[in-house]
Design a protein around this ligand. Structure first.
Ligand SMILES: [Fe+2]
Ligand SMILES: [Fe+2]
Length: 234
């Protein structure tokens, strides 16, 4: 990390979180827990066995308007970034999406006569399935490939450019779901529950978009660089 970045390793971890609360998610996906008092980012990471440059690279990526991969291998660790992405997948699939589904059921009238309610739930389930397919493919195919790459093995059949070219945005369908709810859900006296779930969907959409950007702009170029290096060595 050099001076031009927003956050540095000597900053207090608590200042980072208060500056941008979405970094709470980043922290937990790195396996960092709260209760760090006034410790610096570096000390918190060291105490909890987390790769500090990678944590800072992601925190800065998320908080800065512009990012371009520097090409420096020392900027972050690909395997630490992969751990982070895997934990993010588990968060979306095992926690966030099921929680949104539960809240949706609570908020909409699913008694059977309401066609829009049925449509919303069906749409959501299809969406969750799509996200699962996307993330399981990354966990299984992509990360396995990259782990081999990190051990110095190139593949004849696969490269990261293939993944990048097919890496479709998964937040589009969530936008549609939001629109169905906003535009067509029948009016009721009290919309508190429905509004709460809409807030969750807005958050999830942003979270997923950022997740995909970390993959496209940090992960993919770093992996492509390893591929080039290995090819040159051959
Ligand atoms: Fe992903
Ligand atoms: Fe992805």
């Amino acid at each position: 990390m050099n001076e031009q970045h927003k956050y540095r390793s000597t900053d207090k971890m608590s200042d980072l979180i208060c500056d941008n609360y979405s970094l709470l998610m980043v922290m937990s996906r790195f396996g960092l827990s709260l209760g760090f008092g006034d410790k610096s980012v570096k000390d918190v990471c060291e105490a909890q066995g987390v790769d500090c440059p990678t944590f800072l690279a992601v925190a800065n990526f998320i908080s800065e308007e512009q990012y371009s991969y520097s090409g420096k291998e020392s900027d972050f660790s690909i395997s630490a970034l992969m751990d982070y992405l895997k934990r993010a997948h588990a968060y979306f699939l095992d926690f966030n999406l099921p929680a949104i589904r539960r809240k949706l059921i609570e908020a909409i009238d699913c008694s059977g006569s309401n066609d829009v309610a049925y449509l919303i739930l069906k749409f959501f389930d299809e969406y969750a399935k799509e996200v699962r397919r996307h993330m399981e493919y990354e966990n299984q195919a992509v990360f396995t490939y990259v782990e081999q790459l990190l051990q110095g093995r190139l593949s004849d059949e696969y490269n990261i450019a293939t993944f990048a070219s097919k890496h479709n945005q998964i937040d589009t369908k969530l936008k549609e779901l939001k629109n169905i709810i906003i535009k067509y859900y029948p009016e009721k006296e009290n919309n508190n529950l429905l509004n709460a779930v809409l807030f969750d969907i807005f958050n999830c959409e942003q979270d997923l978009a950022t997740h995909c950007q970390v993959e496209d702009y940090m992960f993919v170029p770093a992996v492509a660089q390893i591929e080039r290096k290995l090819k040159d060595e051959q």
